[in-house]
Design a protein around this ligand. Sequence first.
Ligand SMILES: [Mg+2]
Length: 389
Amino acid sequence: MAKRCAISRRNKTPGMDQGTILLVDMDGFFSSIEVVRHPELAGLPVVVGADPKGGAGRGVVSTCSYEAREYGIHSGMPISRAYRLCPDARFLPVDMALYQAVSGRIMKILASYADTFQRVSIDEAFIRVKTDDPEDAIETAQDIKKEILAKERLTCSIGMGPNKLVAKIASDVRKPDGLTVVAPDEVYEFLDPMPAKKIPGIGKKTGQVLKSMGIETIRDLRECDARKLVLRFGKWGYRMHDLACGIDRSEVKEDHTVKSIGRELTFEEDTSDPGLIYDSIDALADATHRALSNAGYLFRTVSVKVRFEDFDTRTRSRSIGFPSSDPELVKNISKNLISEFTGVAKIRLIGIRLSNLRMADNGSSGATHRCHASRAGITRQTSIYEFIL
Ligand SMILES: [Mg+2]
């Protein structure tokens, strides 16, 4: 195992009585899964995302392999730019159903090692292991890596520390296939030299303000008078200072509540054609509703998002008085909300989001309950439908 993963561990530290926190982050998750499915792509630049269409494609890169990263390609980059950087890369569409299935199996493996477990995203989870002995925790991390590699042929990077903040930052130190261990008495030594923006929540803007205050590293931030930070940033100043000191009291806790479900699409060309816009709303409403019912939720709020050709982005929402699962209601409310924006300027992107969610049933017989909920929605919808239009 030592050969496969680089371990950075300076000394043993007893007394991790809070338990030890691990952040497990899969390496290049979507592209790695594609390489497992198409082994002939191993070692090649692989880009998962929108269709590049010979450089004219309009979406973005979802994930890419480490080989593609060497060309400067990264997640969130416009696909057209990724194509220009490496036209010979293998460009593959996003197969979310497959990635979710793999994620489900990996999360099960992770949860089996955890005292408490918190899924952060499709390819990331916190694990708390109850042990005073860092050697035990390291063994757990190595077992997790072995099991995921054996069962899914995928690698992950793991950060280990006394709290979530340290584990999260440590997970990013060595990728792919890394294991970075930070003992409680090594936290300053570990965090101090890093740029302040490594702290979650410190983005470009905050980073610039800090820089103007002479703060560039986490050490600068830690040594700064917390009152100074509070004057500048309010409550967040306290929190920022705590984090710079390696203090993070947030617990590893599974969050079961899905806050919202949404889908969006970018038009091939910016458009002001109402026919195309309304047809796309229908398709988006269907897709969003499908995701909602697959997840077993009812909604109360429908939001639409519009991005114009100049990237000006607007949203509008409307709530109904009861939880519903009715797809027609999603369509009608969305069309009504978007009507404000048609004929104004050319539109680049539209999206629908359903929020204020509630579980459709208590899990006894999902299909029957959902069907029933749907009927209830349609019955009640008549009056709402008339009300809206
Ligand atoms: Mg990842």
